[in-house]
Design a binder for this molecule. Structure first.
Ligand SMILES: NC(=O)c1ccc[n+]([C@@H]2O[C@H](COP(=O)([O-])OP(=O)(O)OC[C@H]3O[C@@H](n4cnc5c(N)ncnc54)[C@H](O)[C@@H]3O)[C@@H](O)[C@H]2O)c1
Length: 327
């Protein structure tokens, strides 16, 4: 593999992925194509002589034509998306535009240019919520329940249809909630830390008992890289740890961790506020990770309880309330 295109590489997961490839696979050239929305931060990507950034929009035909006329790619990995469910409730159209139409333009461009490998970064949310007894595997039906997940599920359907209609086999990766450094502070973990240190309460939707399977972004990008090299064309892969946590428990972890690092005395009773539930809030999406463990050889995952302290520490330093040299 000589050159890969990473779209959305200035975002949270995409930047971790690029940094991993540049550090471990020094022969591969990476083109990062991103239109730098509010969620992007180019300084999170390490540069190298094998790395090129191109500002461009996957919805824009001219941007895509210029890109594909100038370069040929051995693989395309699409991280570019609008990703915040709350925003998709306020403004669903941009989600359909980017996550569905933009995706389709990129995907068809890759197909027309006979790019050998196309990886779409999808989400556990495309399955919709499940009850306590149900576990989604890769053949479960898609029942998305909010505008974000509907736009992501649409993209998965387009890949399925292209396989049947044109014989072009994209790979779909459905990851659970990622946590790690350099995430834009609109998502639960960085936002809660930011609120706490600004003297606000952590806000939890409803009763805070919604469950999510928290996957370290480091694990996620390592597995995505393995799938890039050894996944099956046309395959679908769930990536999750198999361990779920309630949002309220994540908030408690954050409070404990901040207290430990800063010597503060925040408490779950004084510093958590329960607010009106998100419209159509999905309770949980329990997936099976058996396939990725069996076929890609994943054997273990980072443990959230021990990893969260490092992540909290990173945000406290980033937000300027903890000295980098504090142990
Ligand atoms: N963060 C998670 O927990 C999570 C979980 C499962 C799946 N995913 C999926 O992983 C992918 C990456 O998520 P993330 O959290 O890194 O997102 P993010 O919001 O941090 O970053 C998205 C990136 O896409 C870029 N982008 C947006 N619209 C674009 C467009 N039209 N053209 C080019 N670039 C565009 C943005 O500038 C940004 O750099 C998304 O597809 C998301 O659906 C994320």
């Amino acid at each position: 593999m000589n050159r890969i295109l990473v779209t959305g590489g200035a975002g949270f997961i995409g930047s971790h992925f690029i940094n991993l490839i540049l550090s471990e696979n020094k022969d591969i050239e990476v083109i990062n194509f991103d239109n730098l929305t509010y969620a992007a931060n180019l300084s999170n990507v390490n540069t190298s002589k094998k790395y090129t950034f191109i500002k461009g929009n996957i919805v824009d035909d001219d941007d895509l034509n210029n890109l594909f006329n100038h370069y040929s790619f051995d693989a395309v990995i699409n991280f570019a998306a609008e990703t915040h469910v709350d925003k998709s409730i306020e403004n669903p159209f941009i989600f359909t535009e980017t996550n569905l139409l933009g995706f389709q333009k990129l995907f068809y461009k890759a197909m027309d240019n006979e790019v050998k490998r196309f990886i779409q970064i999808s989400t556990d949310e495309v399955y919709g919520p499940n009850d306590n007894s149900e576990i989604f595997d890769e053949s479960s039906s898609l029942k998305p329940d909010n505008p974000y997940s509907a736009s992501k599920a649409g993209a998965d359907m387009i890949i399925k249809s292209a396989m049947n209609t044109f014989g072009y086999k994209g790979i779909i990766i459905r990851s659970s909630n990622n946590y790690g450094i350099n995430q834009y502070p609109e998502k639960l973990i960085p936002l809660s830390i930011k609120r706490l240190i600004s003297g606000e309460k952590i806000k939890l939707y409803g009763d805070g008992k919604q469950k999510r399977d928290w996957l370290s972004v480091t694990d996620n990008v390592n597995i995505i890289k393995e799938i890039l090299f050894s996944g099956n064309d046309g395959g679908i892969y769930n990536i999750c740890t198999g361990v779920e946590k309630k949002n309220i428990d994540v908030a408690k972890f954050i409070i404990e961790s901040v207290n430990e690092l800063m010597g503060t005395n925040y408490s779950e009773f004084n510093d958590i506020e329960f607010i009106e539930d998100r419209k159509g809030h999905d309770y949980k999406y329990t997936m099976s990770n058996a396939k990725v463990m069996r076929e890609i050889g994943v054997s273990s995952f980072n443990d959230f309880d021990s990893g969260i302290n490092d992540v909290v520490r990173h945000y406290l330093i980033k937000y300027g309330v903890l000295d980098e040299n504090t142990i």
